[in-house]
Ligand binder design. Structure first.
Ligand SMILES: [Zn+2]
Length: 401
C-alpha cells in the first residue's frame, strides 16, 4: 500500500491509476487515482451534475459525504452556457462548486437517448440542440475541444452507442466507428501534449453482448493507449444478467493498470456485481432521480415514501443513517406530505440521503475487499436488492430500522 499522501500524478501525467489489490482482470479490485486535485480511492461512485448542477444536494456536502470525484456533461455545458461562459465564470470547478477532480462525458449517451432524433454519420452525430432545438453536428473533434476548454481532469472520447444491442451488424458498425473516432480524438490529445495538457483521456468499449466485438473493441482501444477505459453500451434496455455479461465481456480484455469505469449504472446491486467483475468507477443519476420520485435507498432495500403506509411514520428516512438529511430528523410522514405538495425540500433530502447511501456503500465495498470479506457484502446486497426473476424485488419491510 502506498501512503495516503503519495504524490499526485507525475509530471507529464494528468492522472495515474495505482492498483492496490486485485490482480485478476475480472474480480474485485482496490485502486487509487492520483490527480492534481486529490486522490480518489476506488471502487468509487461519481455524483452526476449533468448541466454542472447537482439536482438537490449541495456541492459543499459532497466531500464530507465521501465523494472524491464528480461528473458533468460536456455536450450539455457546450449547449448552455457554453465553455467560454464557464471559463469566464472561473472554470468548470467553480461552476460546480467543487474543487476535486471532475470527469466529463462526451455526449455519446445523449445521442443514444435521442436515437429517434439523432443520426450517426462518419462525421459525427446530427442531433437536436438540447436548448434551442435546431440540428447540430456533434463531432468527435467538437466533443474533444469542448472538454479541452472546460478543463475537467478526465475527458471521455465521443463514441457510437448503438440503439439496439441485438442488431449485430449495427453493433459491429458502431464498434468500427467508435474505434475510428477514438483514434481521431487520441491524435488530438497527443497534439495537445497528452497528459501534460493536464487532462487525461478515456476511451469507451462498445460491442453489445457480442463477445468477439467487445474483445475486438477493447483490444484495439488498449493498443491506442488511453488513461482509463469505460464500459459503454450497457444499461440500454437489457436485463441484469445482460448488463453484467456486457461488463465481464469488456473488463477481461482491459489492462489491470488502468481504471475501468462503468457508465450510467448505479443500483446498489449493479454496483456490487460490477465491482465483482473488475470495475473501479461509476456514475449514475439513479440516486438523485429516484429521490425526486420519493424513493429512499436503505440497507434493507428501497422505500417508496409516497406509499400511504408512511403517512404517520415519525422515523427519519433511514434510522441510524449518519447523513445530513436523516440528521434533520424530518419524519418520513412529513417527507411524504411534502412530496405530495411538490415541495422541493423532500426531494433534496431524499437525493442527499440516496447519494450518501451509495457513497457509503462504495466505502463498505472497499473495506470488504481489503478485509477479504467481499463475498459476505455481495450476498447481503443481493438479498436486499434481488434482480428481476431472483425473488421478490419488493420494498424493505415497513418495520426495518
Ligand atoms: Zn440518511
Amino acid at each position: 500500500m502506498t501512503a495516503p499522501d503519495a504524490p499526485a500524478a507525475a509530471p507529464g501525467e494528468a492522472a495515474r491509476f495505482e492498483l492496490l489489490a486485485g490482480e485478476a482482470p475480472v474480480g474485485p479490485r482496490l485502486g487509487r487515482i492520483h490527480t492534481a486535485r486529490g486522490v480518489v480511492d476506488t471502487p468509487a461512485f461519481m455524483p452526476v451534475a449533468t448541466r454542472g448542477m447537482l439536482r438537490g444536494p449541495w456541492p459543499d456536502r459532497m466531500r464530507p459525504m465521501g465523494v472524491r470525484m464528480m461528473l458533468a456533461n460536456a455536450f450539455h455545458l457546450w449547449a448552455r452556457p457554453g465553455p467560454d461562459v464557464v471559463r469566464d465564470l472561473g472554470g468548470l470547478h467553480a461552476f460546480l462548486g467543487w474543487d476535486g477532480p471532475v470527469l466529463t462525458d462526451s455526449g455519446g449517451f445523449q445521442a443514444f437517448s435521442l436515437r429517434e432524433a439523432a443520426r450517426a454519420a462518419e462525421e459525427g452525430f446530427l442531433l437536436p440542440h438540447p436548448v434551442r432545438g435546431h440540428r447540430v453536428t456533434w463531432t468527435p473533434e467538437l466533443a474533444f475541444r469542448a472538454q479541452a476548454e472546460l478543463g475537467p481532469e478526465f475527458a471521455m472520447v465521443l463514441d457510437d452507442c448503438p440503439p439496439d444491442p441485438d442488431d449485430r451488424d449495427r453493433v459491429a458498425a458502431a464498434v468500427a466507428r467508435t474505434l475510428r473516432w477514438a483514434r481521431r480524438q487520441r491524435d488530438l490529445h497527443e497534439a495537445r501534449g497528452g497528459g501534460a495538457s493536464g487532462q487525461a483521456l478515456c476511451a469507451i468499449v462498445q460491442g453489445g453482448l457480442h463477445a468477439d466485438l467487445r474483445a475486438a473493441c477493447a483490444e484495439a482501444l488498449v493498443e491506442m493507449e488511453f488513461d482509463g477505459y469505460a464500459v459503454g453500451g450497457v444499461s440500454v434496455g437489457e436485463d441484469f444478467a445482460g448488463r453484467m455479461a456486457g461488463v465481464a465481456l469488456s473488463t477481461r480484455h482491459l489492462p489491470t493498470d488502468r481504471f475501468r469505469y462503468l457508465m450510467g449504472v448505479g443500483t446498489p446491486r449493479d454496483l456490487v456485481e460490477a465491482v465483482a467483475r473488475g470495475v473501479d468507477l461509476f456514475d449514475c443519476v439513479y440516486p438523485t432521480r429516484s429521490g425526486r420520485f420519493g424513493t429512499a435507498l436503505t440497507r434493507g432495500g428501497t422505500l417508496h415514501l409516497l406509499n400511504a403506509r408512511f403517512t404517520r411514520d415519525p422515523r427519519p428516512i433511514e434510522p441510524g443513517c449518519s447523513c445530513d438529511a436523516c440528521a434533520t430528523g424530518v419524519p418520513r410522514g412529513a417527507i411524504r406530505a411534502g412530496l405530495k405538495a411538490k415541495e422541493l425540500l423532500p426531494m433534496g433530502l431524499l437525493a442527499h440521503h440516496n447519494l450518501h447511501f451509495l457513497t457509503d456503500l462504495m466505502r463498505r465495498i472497499r473495506e470488504a475487499v481489503a478485509a477479504d470479506a467481499f463475498a459476505a457484502l455481495r450476498a447481503e446486497v443481493a438479498a436486499a436488492w434481488p434482480a428481476a426473476g431472483e425473488g421478490s424485488p419488493g420494498e424493505a419491510d415497513a418495520g426495518d430500522s
